[in-house]
Design a protein around this ligand. Structure first.
Ligand code: SF4
Length: 614
């Protein structure tokens, strides 16, 4: 905060003088007194008189009024419109991006002075014309800065997490994205104001801005230039005013940028004010089986420059109330793509091209975005891997839980905060009333994940999808989180899908397991059966890779093939020590060997029989 005091005081003093100019009892800034032309400091004129005998101090202060009015007005207009353009272009892309951000390139093609000349010619000089010219000139800067920030923010986990809560687009942009682009936009605003002061002076100096005899710093420099040999001080005063204003503005904005970042502990209090203000902007909120979620033959296609790929193909899995289904496999096996497709969180280039995902009697894959939004964060919720990046760093954790509650329940703010406190207590956060008021960076990883779980269960979901929620945590905290999820599942009766690459985690939390490899389910069944009698060579290899006792784990040779290079037949064949020519001839079906037990391997029976005989 110390960084703000000196530049803040200077800027405040300049603005105050400019605002109070009419009541300071200054001489008329345009009244000429030829008899005292170029006079030095004298009674009533401490800075002397200019080439027309006008009081220099009065013109300096009235000039500040003109310069700052033009600069602030143009920067604020450009800031509001440009930020809105950047938000729209960065979030919606496509036509929205072309109309809002790409169209700004046309403005950038014009040299600023040429553009000013064009507008002045059309509209005539004056402060209004200057504001218009400068607003247009600064518009692309704001649009581009915001656009770039939104592009990076939209892929952050906490933005995905808010989407998963079912928040409408307007709320996501206002509450989640905008606060995170506020820092760069504020810096841009400061640069625009400082630059506008200089440009206003430059254009007025050229006769394209403020019309004489009205006072402005640019006109003062222009007038002083002609008499600089007789009265050099006339040039000094407006130059000092310009330099001091720009320097103070830049320092102030550097300080402000740090001050608006709540990750700076000293400034987090000011964001609590924003947290209290913004909620007012936000609005409140043919089954085939008895499963909570029944995914059938899901195939997802993604358009890439190398052509369409199918990272998930023919995936079928189901989870029932009070049950946990673990989805396990190496990176690239399609676990997360399956989960995010079910939640409707995949980017537009990815789309489900086959299959169904039945939830509450409706096929999630055929629902429109508003219908999915109403479900996400309500009846179905998701917990992501990294709680630090899944939580918005510029809001308190309590505000984020309250937002999750109010997105689906029409409750008052005080009721939502009371619910949030109860949720914190339920997920084992000590001193919940106090912890609601802290920011994500003030909590440990385990506590942050508890907050994410509190948000996910805030609206009593029937289905909870956990995408590797313990991967970023140490072993002790991981065990605590698994215990908590198990307790919550028992209490609420929700169905849970738990995505992981760890078989140890599967054994602790799951009732059933689906093993995925290269976009397909290769084996599925109860955890006890799959672990004790694995049928697929890949499942066996995964189990053999788990360290046990003194025996060294056995790695699986090779890597999961990328989607554009999936083999035609068995996708595990290049890594399978049991592969034969028959394995690679044609795509393999998922064979149902009995109720709730499936495997995708043509040699499973032969291999297990040989093993039993041995
Ligand atoms: S089908 Fe053949 S290659 Fe594939 S897992 Fe079975 S034995 Fe191995």
């Amino acid at each position: 905060m110390k960084k703000l005091w000196i530049p803040g005081a200077i800027v405040a003093l300049i603005i105050l003088l400019a605002v109070l100019a009419p009541v300071l009892g200054l001489p008329d800034p345009v009244r000429q007194d030829i008899a005292n032309r170029l006079a030095g400091p004298m009674d009533g004129s401490p800075l002397g008189r200019d080439e027309f005998g006008r009081d220099v101090l009065s013109r300096l202060i009235w000039g500040a009024r003109t310069s700052l009015s033009v600069a602030f007005a143009s920067a604020i207009i450009a800031g509001i419109i440009g930020t809105a353009f950047g938000l729209i272009g960065g979030w919606f892309r496509g036509l929205g991006e072309i109309l809002t951000v790409r169209s700004m390139d046309i403005i950038l093609c014009f040299p600023p002075v040429l553009l000013a000349l064009l507008v002045v010619t059309l509209m005539g000089p004056g402060a209004g014309t200057l504001i218009l010219v400068l607003s247009v000139l600064y518009l692309p800067g704001f649009a581009r800065v915001t656009y770039a920030e939104v592009l990076s923010a939209r892929s952050l986990d906490y933005v995905e997490a808010v989407r998963a809560l079912g928040a409408p687009t307007g709320r996501i942009l206002l509450r989640t994205v905008l606060p995170n682009v506020a820092g760069p936009v504020l810096v841009q605003l400061s640069l625009a104001v400082a630059s506008a002061v200089v440009l206003e002076s430059g254009l007025s100096f050229l006769g394209l801005g403020v019309v004489p005899p009205a006072p402005s710093w640019g006109l003062m420099i222009r007038g002083a230039r002609a008499t600089m040999e007789q009265a050099p001080m006339l040039l000094l005063w407006p130059c000092v005013a310009l330099t001091l204003t720009i320097l103070a503005m830049n320092l102030l904005c550097d300080g402000l940028r740090d001050a608006v970042d709540p990750r700076t502990p000293a400034t987090r209090k000011r964001f609590r004010v924003v947290d209290r203000l913004l909620p007012g902007l936000l609005p409140a909120s043919a089954p085939r089986t008895d499963a909570v979620l029944d995914v059938r033959d899901l195939t997802v296609e993604i358009a890439t420059p190398r052509g369409a790929i199918r990272p998930v193909q023919g995936v079928s899995l189901a989870v029932h109330a009070g049950e946990t289904l673990a989805v396990v496999g190496e990176s690239g096996s399609g676990k997360s793509v399956t989960a995010t497709t079910v939640m409707g969180l995949m980017p537009p280039i990815a789309r489900p091209v086959e299959g169904h995902a039945w939830f509450g009697g409706r096929d999630l894959l055929s629902l429109k975005e508003p219908e999915l939004r109403a479900l996400r964060g309500g009846p179905m919720a998701m917990v992501f891997q990294d709680p630090m990046s899944s939580l918005n760093p510029v809001h308190t954790v309590g505000a984020q839980v309250v937002e999750a509650i109010q997105a689906h329940q029409k409750v008052s703010s005080s009721e939502a905060w009371a619910q949030a406190e109860a949720l914190f207590k339920r997920v084992g956060i000590a001193d919940p009333a106090k912890r609601l008021r802290v920011y994500p960076h003030e909590m440990s990883g385990g506590m942050r994940q508890r907050v994410m779980i509190a948000m996910a269960i805030a609206n009593r979901p029937k289905l909870l999808i956990c995408d590797e929620p313990t991967t970023a945590l140490d072993v002790t905290v991981q065990a605590q989180i698994l215990d908590l999820l198990n307790e919550l599942k028992r209490e609420t009766g929700m169905g849970m899908i738990f995505i992981t690459h760890s078989l140890g985690v599967v054994s602790e939390i799951a009732d059933r397991v689906a093993v995925m490899y290269a976009g397909q389910v290769v084996e599925q069944g109860s955890v006890a059966e799959v672990f004790s009698h694995p049928l697929h060579p890949y499942t066996r290899a995964l189990l053999a890779a788990v360290p046990e006792g003194d025996e060294p784990p056995q790695g699986i040779p090779g890597i999961v093939p990328p989607p554009h290079a999936f083999p035609v037949g068995c996708r595990f064949a290049p890594r399978c020590k049991f592969a034969t020519a028959a394995c690679t001839e044609a795509p393999l079906p998922l064979e149902e060997i009995r109720a709730d037990r499936q495997v995708r391997c043509i040699r499973w029976h032969e291999l297990t029989s040989t093993e039993a005989a041995a």
